[in-house]
Design a protein around this ligand. Structure first.
Ligand code: NDP
Length: 244
């Protein structure tokens, strides 16, 4: 993906590890001014050591007032990647209220909140923008022990579509990427057991999990002008899993 993002300001949530970190670095390499938001200061310290131009913001996005305060001073944003999420796996009959609330707070409510803050600025400036939400193949396909995670990503897909509907007239595009398994910390949680992994791999026509860069390239495409007429889509990055 060769797009230049020179002159653009981007905010990436969950930028401390995994897909979010790689997205923040890829945007910075392509000329964007990047604001990296996550909740572990040590991850931000190492990110800034790796790329000094990145502006770090440390906040737990599940905390609404703290997020409001932390993002107050970040300045105008043209590109937003709502990437932060949590996944805790349990059989359906063992899901607790706390797990449900925490997951929806981070995976859905924080996306709505950060997007409101950023899109209000985009609308006021009349400059348009592009927002990409990190959803999952789990939004559209039932996975064992993933009741809450699947439900949050299903909700996120609909949030993406309504945001696209309401923000489109302000030239703000909103799309999601829906990856299959990626072997980040989160991916390893559910799929490092080779036997379990093989049950998923055999349902992916391309026969492999996604690499972090497979997902980053699709995020950059949706952020860039190359996708200027694409709005409200949930783009699988799944080697064909959802097609079968
Ligand atoms: P990781 O767990 O590797 O990284 C998630 C990042 O988000 C971490 O830096 C984490 O910080 C941060 N984060 C989590 N909760 C919060 C919070 N409350 N406030 C601020 N930051 C937070 O995840 P991935 O890179 O694997 O996943 C990125 C996105 O891709 C997620 O939305 C995920 O659902 C989606 N996805 C992932 C797949 C996979 O197999 N990996 C497959 C499909 C979709 P900390 O470590 O400090 O908690």
């Amino acid at each position: 993906m060769d797009s230049s993002f020179a002159g653009k300001r981007a905010l990436v949530t969950g930028a401390g590890k995994g897909i979010g970190r790689a997205t923040a670095l890829a945007l910075a390499r392509r000329g964007a001014e990047v604001v990296a938001v996550t909740r572990t200061q040590a991850d931000l310290d190492s990110l800034v050591r790796e790329c000094a131009s990145i502006t770090p913001v440390c906040v737990d996005l599940a905390d609404w007032p703290a997020t409001e305060a932390a993002l107050q001073g970040v300045g105008p944003i043209d590109l937003l990647v709502n990437n932060a999420a949590c996944a805790t796996l349990q059989p359906f009959l063992e899901v607790t209220a706390e797990q449900f609330e925490r997951s929806f707070d981070v995976n859905v409510k924080a996306v709505l909140h950060v997007s409101q803050i950023v899109a209000r600025g985009m609308k006021a400036r009349g400059s348009g923008g592009s927002i990409v939400n990190l959803s999952s193949q789990a939004s559209q396909c039932a996975l064992r022990d993933h009741a809450v995670y699947c439900a949050t990503k299903g909700a996120l897909d609909m949030l993406t579509k309504v945001m696209a509907l309401e923000l489109g007239p302000h030239q703000i595009r909103v799309n999601s990427v829906n990856p299959t398994v990626v072997m980040t910390d989160m991916g390893r949680l559910g799929w490092s057991d080779p036997q379990k992994a093989s049950t998923m791999l055999c349902r992916i026509p391309l026969g492999r999990f996604a690499e972090v860069d497979d997902v980053v390239d699709s995020i950059l495409f949706l952020l860039s002008d190359s996708s200027r007429m694409t709005n409200g889509v949930t783009l699988p990055v799944d080697g064909g899993f959802l097609a079968c």
